[in-house]
Design a protein around this ligand. Structure first.
Ligand SMILES: [Zn+2]
Length: 379
């Protein structure tokens, strides 16, 4: 437990250090003495000439705990190759600050600096991983590593090893999304394009979890048009409102956000036009407890006023599945969606509601809301 707390604290400190030293190329030397010719790991396939894209810094954005395929493959290969150090617990709750551990994208290899054999194994692995500008880190999709108070990032390879904190009893390995999925050239012999990972719909809220690679950069998150009096909570959380949320989604009211709660939250999100985050985020709370809304961009508007407002402000904005924000909230009010469905997010349920509304106003049932629909609904 203590070790976990230390690991998370260190990650937030790392970000501070990264900001402070940004722009200075201070190679501070490796965290322990590196062998000149590291043995390294042997790829299970023959490697292509091309290298994988440099892993970008992709911080945790969703709550996707578990062990990803790439993590498991590297863990098993490292442990069989070196035969020392056990695997630390990797799956974490999502309440310990920003950590790729909560995305299943971080692995702790328990090898202590004070144990000669373990230190030598860590030195060999890290020397091999980071040599030649981090070729092997790119092949594995390793985003950064921390050991013995030093951090090395593939996205800042030219800066070498930079100061960090703690991590004297384990090597922390964080993966890019490509690395986490285990689709990089080290495992497959093929170079894949960058996987941009999960995207957040609303700013400051958890991203939607996803099981497939994302080939496109995330669209900018929009600000929440409606907020709840309840705080956002995620797997592992014990805040007081978790019990209330459990009651509302039909999970056992244990007071701890557990796996069963998460399943029920997903089920509610699927049927209520919400981003599929698996968390009790603001949009979900607004739907679960519409009588406990703290702010609402459409509050005080009647349905007719919402229609007029939509025509005046959003007739140039096409609203379709995936759209989000104030314009969607206004549309939801304008076409008379029930309170629990006024989330500011355009999901499949709103799409069918839009089709019915279009049928009523004599418009083609496209499921996409345009200027002509605003004009027709105002007549
Ligand atoms: Zn760690």
């Amino acid at each position: 437990m203590l070790r976990r707390a230390v690991c998370t604290a260190v990650l937030s400190s790392v970000l501070v250090v990264a900001t402070v030293t940004s722009g200075t190329a201070a190679d501070d030397g490796p965290p322990v003495t590196f062998p000149a010719s590291p043995k390294g790991l042997k790829a299970p396939v023959s490697l292509p000439k091309d290298l994988d894209p440099v892993p970008m810094y992709q911080p945790q954005s969703a709550c996707q705990p578990g062990e990803t395929a790439g993590l498991k493959k590297l863990r098993d290969l490292v442990i069989t190759t070196y035969g020392v150090g056990r695997s630390g617990s990797t799956a974490r709750s999502c309440t310990e600050g920003t950590s790729e551990h909560s995305d299943g994208r971080a692995w702790d290899w328990m090898v202590a600096v004070r144990t000669t054999k373990e230190k030598a194994a860590a030195a060999d692995f890290l020397a091999w991983l980071t040599r030649d500008g981090g070729r092997n880190a790119r092949r594995l999709g390793v985003m950064y590593v921390i050991y013995n108070q030093k951090i090395w990032g593939a996205y800042r390879a030219s800066d070498g090893w930079r100061p960090s904190y703690d991590h004297v009893d384990h090597v922390h390995v964080s993966f890019s999304w490509n690395g986490a999925r285990g689709t990089t050239s080290f495992w497959t012999g093929k170079v894949q394009p960058t996987d941009f990972g999960p995207c957040a719909v609303f700013s400051g809220q958890p991203a939607q979890t996803r099981s497939t690679a994302n080939p496109n950069p995330c669209r900018a998150a929009v600000s929440l048009p409606k907020r709840s009096a309840h705080p956002t909570s995620a797997l592992g959380s014990k805040v007081a409102s978790v019990r209330t949320g459990q009651g509302l989604v039909g999970a056992s009211t244990t007071g701890v956000f557990d796996a069963e709660t998460r399943t029920q939250v997903y089920a509610w999100q699927k049927t209520h036009d919400l981003p599929l985050t698996g968390t009790l985020d603001q949009a979900t709370w607004v739907s679960l407890a519409p009588d406990q809304v703290a702010s609402d961009a459409t509050s005080g508007m009647t349905k007719d006023e919402a229609r007029a407002y939509g025509l005046a402000h959003y007739s140039g904005t096409t609203l379709r599945r995936g759209s989000a924000g104030r314009s969607v909230l206004v549309l939801q009010k304008a076409i008379g969606r029930g309170l629990r469905y006024r989330t500011g997010y355009f999901g499949t349920s709103l799409e069918s509601a839009v089709r019915s509304a279009q049928a009523k106003i004599g418009r083609p049932q496209t499921g996409t809301w345009t200027r002509d629909d605003w004009a027709a609904v105002n007549r």
